[in-house]
Ligand binder design. Structure first.
Ligand SMILES: Nc1ncnc2c1ncn2[C@@H]1O[C@H](COP(=O)(O)OP(=O)(O)OP(=O)(O)O)[C@@H](O)[C@H]1O
Ligand SMILES: [Mg+2]
Length: 444
């Protein structure tokens, strides 16, 4: 009797389960979509933030020097000119806050005579006053300041949302997420060469791996220089057209690439075009991306004459590639802890050629200043605020402004899988035929 009852209960549970699943299946994806919508932010936190912004705006402006007095602050008293602080100051008008998925964007029309400078300096004060994760101040139009607010830290987990790599437009690689929730894209067609800077364990090699992962399905030749024994780039061995793991090997790879550039120059010259992109598709050579992990290893001076010669040669060849490569489809993505003139000759010249800048956590202001100071001075302070816990978070320059972003975390296993999956797409570069040691030997 008990057995029958048990069987009956199990059957009933199975039937109810099956019916529920059948009913639930069509709704499941809609429920998953609904869960992606930041309801709490939209319905509760956004209205509270808008009220808080309105209430605190006048005081924040007053304390941070963003208000001005419309009347002169100087008076003549008994024949003496006295200058004081005006009691009635008016802040610039705060525009209507536009809601985004991750925060708010608000436009401010600044008073005549004001510049965006004090607003940039007040970003941190605004974060505290409005209790938000981040405030970015830019000035896309004259007479206007744009404040982009990120309500919460959206860069907590980027590994979760970056889909499997797809071919996409050539030389455009999605490497992670920016702090407004959008994709973080490195576009080498727009900015041909990139510099990645950061202290040790800040996420440089991970970003390079995310880049290779994203670009691997594209018809692009990838060449690696990893003088830390190929530990990082070696994982992608079969997808790399060449990999140098020591400085003498790097010299051979760089020499081969300069030869490749010269051949492409001749090709363009004979076809009467100024870049490989103007050549017909069937005659266009494949784009090449040279990825260097730890630039300092190439510039290392070990006190020997041979070491000094190699360092000088590497630096000359890298600079030539950077100067000539862009139009000829040879691109550089270079990572290093520092890029100061103390490393060796021509480092600053090389840095000037690397127009795309990405700075992870740095130990000192000088490192951030070296990488960002010339292109985006206000990003220097932001880069210094990246904490040790925020591995992979970086400040990147994009079209004259900066963003905070985080690369996707590529595991060792995933890197190997990518190399295997796209190994057949690895082009052979004739100029590197003599230096393809790693593909045949060790690292592959
Ligand atoms: N985007 C990321 N998301 C999460 N964790 C990350 C991310 N990037 C890096 N990390 C973590 O930080 C560690 C160090 O990263 P990585 O090896 O890329 O640093 P690095 O700057 O190349 O260091 P080094 O200068 O010593 O080579 C990784 O092992 C990983 O655990
Ligand atoms: Mg590294």
């Amino acid at each position: 009797m008990t057995n029958h009852l048990l069987l009956w209960v199990v059957l009933l549970a199975a039937t109810v389960g099956a019916l529920t699943r059948k009913w639930w299946a069509p709704h499941a994806s809609r429920w998953a979509e609904a869960r992606q919508i930041p309801w709490r932010w939209w319905l509760l936190e956004y209205p509270v933030l808008t009220v808080r912004m309105r209430v605190t705006w006048r005081q924040v402006c007053l304390l941070n020097g963003l208000s001005i007095s419309r009347r002169s602050t100087a008076r003549v008293v008994d024949g003496v000119m006295v200058r004081g602080v005006a009691l009635r100051q008016s802040p610039p008008r705060l525009g209507l806050p536009h809601l985004t998925r991750t925060g708010v964007v608000v436009r401010i029309r600044i008073h005549p005579g004001q510049t965006p400078g004090p607003f940039l300096a007040a970003a941190q004060a605004l974060e505290h006053a409005w209790r938000v994760h981040g405030v970015r101040v830019t000035s896309p139009r004259r007479g206007e300041v744009l404040i982009t607010i990120t309500a919460h830290n959206t860069l907590d987990d980027t590994a979760r949302d970056v889909a499997a790599p797809t071919a996409g437009p050539v030389l455009v690689a999605r490497v992670g997420r920016v702090d407004d929730g959008g994709p973080w894209v490195l576009n080498l067609r727009r900015i041909p060469h990139w510099l990645v800077v950061g202290a040790t364990q800040s996420g440089k090699s991970t970003l390079l791996a995310a880049f290779i992962r994203a670009i691997a399905p594209q018809p692009v030749a990838l060449v690696g220089i990893d003088c830390k024994g190929g530990m990082e780039l070696g994982l992608f061995g079969r997808r790399l057209s060449a990999l140098a793991t020591s400085r003498p090997e790097a010299l051979r790879v760089l020499t081969g690439l300069v030869t490749e550039v010269q051949q492409r120059m001749t090709l363009c010259w004979s076809a009467g075009v100024r870049s490989i992109w103007e050549l017909p598709e069937d005659r266009r050579p494949v784009p090449v991306v040279l990825i260097v992990d730890e630039l300092a290893e190439l510039y290392l001076m070990d006190g020997t004459r041979e070491g000094r010669d190699q360092s000088e040669q590497c630096s000359t060849l890298l600079l030539r590639l950077a100067q000539l490569g862009a139009a000829l489809g040879v691109h550089l993505v270079v990572a290093g802890q520092r890029v100061g003139s103390d490393m060796g000759p021509r480092v600053t010249a090389l840095r000037a050629q690397l127009g795309g800048r990405i700075v992870h956590r740095v130990h000192d202001e000088a490192s951030a200043e070296m990488a960002l100071g010339d292109l985006s001075p206000d990003a220097v302070a932001v880069a210094q605020m990246i904490t040790e816990e925020e591995q992979g978070v970086a400040v990147a320059t994009i079209g004259g402004r900066w963003v905070r972003a985080r690369s996707v975390l590529v595991t060792t296993e995933e890197a190997r899988q990518v190399a295997e999956e796209y190994a057949a797409l690895t082009p052979d570069l004739p100029a590197l035929a003599a230096v393809t040691f790693e593909k045949e030997g060790g690292a592959a």
